[in-house]
Design a protein around this ligand. Structure first.
Ligand SMILES: Nc1nc2c(ncn2[C@@H]2O[C@H](COP(=O)(O)OP(=O)(O)OP(=O)(O)O)[C@@H](O)[C@H]2O)c(=O)[nH]1
Ligand SMILES: [Mg+2]
Ligand SMILES: [Mg+2]
Ligand SMILES: [Zn+2]
Length: 391
């Protein structure tokens, strides 16, 4: 973030790439710092729409209002700050002043002329939406500036906005930092703590006595919880995703229930933490998981079933797990899992995974194919030939 801050102070925008949603690259620069030269640079080499984005709630408090829209974008009334009597709002010098003023929270709608020539967009919260608007506002804020960003899409020689290679070339040519929206999100989750402990209580179970911990959660607003057994040093951690069929109904279609029991035994023995995440069905929910089961009954595997239903093979995001661990004071862990994606994601979110400890569930004739698919298509680290199949 220091590098980004320095670059902004030197008058260089960042190129921010959205590899997933829109497949677009935008110039991003703090509205607070923008000069006529930078307005000229981003409009000349970007060629997309020149906009200022700010937090939606702040814009409303300052009197800016939303335009009626049947479009995905969250447009507010475009404005000009009248810097001189002859102001028309369009010259780079005037647009720069309008941007600077928008970044100044003391100005309100009445100080501007409208409808003007600087397009204004409201960003929602980054945990709810991961578009250019939200990520650019948080990027500028994390770099230490007022959370108002200037963004302009980068179009190639033919006017195409989806040419990411062209955007990387522009970055090289002008020595600009290129970031992706996921990279900004990882940094945001590492820095901004949105989860805190709400309550802790005595929790006896058939595996032994734990403490149950609930959380105040401004990240995804779901009721995740933890079981903690007192530990010294690096805790053994299990991050278990909800599987109501396996955890509560003893389903044999998967190995979740037996993994949960084994994990509680191991954590009770060595001390550690179990996080129970409400991401049923690898994040697609119970209704869709049953739809995926229906496809699996027709012979499709668990990976392809998700894809056929229009989801990613695995929709889970472990940002919430990283923040819960931080709230519990555990930033270095030993992780109980066979799933390499859990390790990769946690590390991106700033958790140090000292060791991965395998966790085998029980195999049976109903879940064997499911487990094999995990090994073959999700790169789970399980040696299937060594496991005993029961029932
Ligand atoms: N979409 C979908 N989800 C499933 C299916 N079977 C089980 N699940 C879900 O898969 C998740 C398994 O969670 P975990 O055991 O924490 O994670 P894992 O990917 O198995 O990785 P491990 O840490 O090695 O156990 C649960 O949310 C289950 O509800 C299926 O066929 N389709
Ligand atoms: Mg865009
Ligand atoms: Mg599992
Ligand atoms: Zn399951």
């Amino acid at each position: 973030m220091e590098i980004v801050r320095e670059q902004f102070l030197q008058g260089k925008p960042v190129i921010l790439i959205d590899p997933e949603r829109e497949v677009e690259a935008d110039f991003v620069y703090p509205a607070e710092l923008i000069t006529p030269e930078i307005v000229e640079f981003v409009t000349k080499y970007g060629k997309g729409l020149f906009c200022v984005v700010g937090p939606e709630s702040e814009l409303m408090e300052r009197g800016f209002f939303k335009l009626p829209s049947n479009y995905g974008a969250n447009y507010f009334v475009p404005v000009d700050f009248p810097s001189t009597k002859l102001a028309t709002g369009i010259p780079a010098s005037e647009r720069a002043v309008t941007c600077n003023k928008l970044a100044d929270r003391n100005t309100i709608l009445k100080d501007y002329k409208y409808p003007g020539h600087v397009i204004l967009i409201g960003a929602s919260s980054f945990s709810k939406r991961k578009g250019h608007s939200e990520s650019s506002v948080e990027l500028v804020r994390m770099a230490g500036f007022s959370p108002y960003s200037v963004i302009v899409e980068i179009l190639d020689e033919k006017g195409d906005s989806h040419n990411l290679e062209y955007a990387y070339d522009i970055g090289k040519r002008f020595g600009l930092t290129v970031l992706t929206i996921p990279e900004v999100w990882w940094e945001y989750v590492r820095r901004v703590q949105l989860v805190t402990v709400k309550a802790r209580a005595f929790f006896p179970t058939k595996f032994g006595t734990f403490e149950i911990v609930s959380f105040e959660n401004e990240l995804d607003f779901k009721e995740h919880f933890a079981l903690v057994k007192k530990y010294w040093g690096v805790p053994l951690v299990r991050i278990h995703s909800e599987c109501v069929t396996g955890d509560c109904l003893s389903s044999l279609r998967c190995d979740c229930g037996s993994q949960l029991e084994r994990a509680l035994e191991m954590i009770y023995a060595s001390g550690g933490i179990l996080l129970y995440l409400r991401q049923e069905g690898r994040g697609i929910g119970l209704a869709w998981k049953v739809a995926a089961y229906e496809l699996q009954d027709k012979g499709i595997d668990t990976y392809d079933a998700n894809v056929q239903l229009g989801f990613k093979p695995d929709e889970r995001d472990y940002a919430i797990a990283a923040q819960m661990l931080k709230a519990l004071g555990a930033t270095e862990i030993k992780l109980l899992t066979n799933n390499p994606d859990k390790v990769t994601q946690l590390e991106a979110y700033g958790v140090v995974v000292r060791e991965r400890v395998p966790l085998f569930g029980k195999l049976n004739k109903h879940n064997l194919r499911y487990i094999k698919t995990k090994v073959e298509k999700f790169a789970h680290k399980i040696d299937v030939s060594n496991l005993n199949v029961e029932g």
